[in-house]
Ligand binder design. Structure first.
Ligand code: GLU
Length: 557
């Protein structure tokens, strides 16, 4: 049987030619230099935080160059497939600002390079598989049931330690040589009895020789040529990642493949496959695994680690923008500097550059994320903060949401404290911080003050509160208000300024900060709160004085 006859035997249903398949996917008409990129996730139901890295890199490369960015669902592994995971993925990515030009969406799919689900492209893979068989570049192998289970056994054995590598390599070579010709006498009978086959590539590489390649981030990389006959189609006719990658990225006209570094060692296989198929390989950009510190050593941010599941960030109350800007901070070393010089620009205006990416990859760190998030929130308007907190609270703290919704003006005013200007305050790291920060504005969350530190006499506290209640006038400006507090401090034997206190602390009961604290605790119920003058302005005279009076009453009781 010659190669043509074998191809016809293996793929009796394939009538489309390679040329016809190519014609279905014409070259894209795009401006010079425009890049075509994609995200190609497997819908396993878990969206790792690290997914955002290749996604943003691909998105930026395409959209900054006037190109196309599409989504392809790699659902060839039916065992790992979770129904509905695609939509969850699309929603999650879109929540973080990643919008596709083509691919699956809520109503089906858009774009002419589909289907965008690999499970629906089986016929296309078979067209190219048939061609490889015709050209003698791929061959079938018909495993018996025993062989299949033996194969599983071997896999198990491979996990054992004390392997004899040389013997194993020789055994693999021998097995490969035997497999290459095993079909010659058996193919016809096997096909007619309905036995499935695995399709292997006939590798022409020499493991002693090197293949060189330039990765867009890592630069020049070298690997041994591929001499391993690897699987193209599994026994159910479904392609392996390698084969689907070559066929899809070629037909869908991807120009830059951005993917995880774990695929880098497979590159010789992919380049071999592109060569066999007569395809021009795309450019590759491999992104290093996201690491985290574990004591003094680095570890992969694995599925079980805090921060690994992208969905958790929503629950933790990080604004989308905080997550986006954190990712850019890790992706491009000059992002923070750019952000400082361009506080008002949208993140899309940042000139993302491959040259500013680190070869060794990024280190995940909540402290840094929190720092970025504080800055992001500090640049927002009070309305944006109010909307963000409200949306979060509706899902995660409905009682708090009800309070925010009932008094939007108070809430927005509370969020306006210290906002704007050159040095906005950085009081909130996440939306979840809002309740602790300003919940006391709402009566149900205002607790009649906790105990004052017992280093102060209750008589002094009460005297300060009484004195303040007698002189408080909401029409006072901040300076007059503060002068009044100072005068009260002085009249009770507290230093009216810190300098005087530091010079001779023994001569005072305390200082102006302590007297302010007496008032703050009375009005907010907290030792730490936003600017007290502003708080009183927002609460209004009646509420301020009522709270002070309530505190006086508790002090007396
Ligand atoms: N489905 C592959 C993965 O999730 C895609 C890799 C690629 O982008 O080519 O790792």
């Amino acid at each position: 049987m010659n190669a043509f006859e074998l191809a016809a035997l293996l793929f009796p249903d394939v009538t489309m030619t390679v040329e016809e398949a190519e014609a279905l996917y014409p070259a894209r008409i795009l401006p010079e230099g425009a890049k075509v990129t994609r995200v190609a996730p497997s819908p396993t139901g878990f969206v790792h935080f690290g997914t955002l890295f290749p996604a943003f890199v691909s998105e930026r490369l395409a959209h900054q160059s006037g190109g196309t960015f599409y989504l392809r669902i790699e659902d060839t592994d039916s065992l790992r497939y979770v129904p509905g995971a695609e939509q969850d993925l699309i929603d999650t990515l879109s929540y973080y600002g990643i919008q596709f030009d083509e691919g699956p969406n809520a109503t089906g799919e858009s774009g002419i390079y589909g289907p965008y689900w690999q499970s629906q492209r089986k016929n296309l893979y078979h067209v190219f598989a048939k061609k490889l068989v015709q050209e003698g570049l791929a061959y079938p192998y018909f495993p018996t049931d025993e062989e299949l289970s033996a194969l599983r056994q071997t896999n198990k054995k491979e996990e054992n330690k004390n392997k004899d590598w040389a013997a194993q390599a020789q055994a693999a070579k021998d097995a490969q040589a035997a497999r290459r010709t095993a079909w010659i006498d058996t193919a016809e009978a096997a096909v007619s009895s309905g036995r499935p086959f695995v399709l292997y590539i006939r590798a022409d590489g020499d493991g002693e020789k090197k293949v060189f390649f330039t990765d867009l981030v890592k630069g020049k990389v070298e690997f041994p040529e591929n001499d391993e006959d690897f699987v193209l189609l599994k026994s159910d006719g479904i392609p392996t990642y390698h084969f689907a990658h070559a066929v899809d990225d070629h037909l869908m006209r991807t120009t830059v493949v951005v993917r995880g570094e774990e695929w880098l060692p497979s590159l010789p296989k992919h380049l071999q496959l592109f060569r066999y198929l007569g395809f021009k390989p795309p450019k590759y950009l491999h992104i290093a695994q996201l690491m985290r510190m574990d004591g003094t050593s680095k570890k992969k941010l694995s599925k079980r680690d805090k921060g690994a599941a992208l969905s958790d960030y929503k629950a933790m109350g990080y604004p989308q923008l905080s997550v986006i800007e954190y990712v850019f901070t890790l992706l491009n070393s000059n992002f923070e500097e750019w952000r400082r010089s361009n506080p008002d620009k949208p993140w899309e205006a940042f000139p993302f550059s491959i040259k500013k990416m680190s070869i060794s990859g990024a280190l995940f760190d909540f402290d840094k994320l929190n720092d970025v998030s504080k800055n992001v929130i500090s640049r927002m308007t009070e309305k944006q903060v109010y909307d963000g907190v409200l949306a979060w609270a509706k899902v995660y703290d409905p009682d708090f949401a009800a309070l925010l919704a009932a008094q939007p003006d108070i809430a927005a005013a509370a969020f306006s404290i210290g906002r704007g200007g050159n040095k906005p305050r950085k009081d909130l790291t996440t939306w979840a911080d809002a309740k602790e920060y300003m919940g006391f504005f709402f009566d149900p969350l205002y607790e009649v003050p906790p105990a004052y530190p017992d280093t102060f006499s209750q008589t002094d506290i009460k005297a300060a509160l009484d004195a303040f209640a007698a002189v408080y006038d909401p029409a006072d400006d901040q300076q007059i208000w503060f002068d009044k507090v100072k005068a009260i401090a002085a009249s009770l034997g507290f230093a009216p300024d810190m300098k005087a206190y530091k010079a001779t602390p023994d001569q005072f009961k305390g200082h102006i900060g302590d007297v302010s604290m007496f008032l703050r605790v009375a009005v907010t119920g907290k030792m730490n709160a936003p600017d007290l003058f502003a708080v009183m302005q927002i609460l209004g005279k009646e509420q301020t004085l009522t709270r002070i009076q309530k505190t006086i009453d508790t002090l007396l009781s």
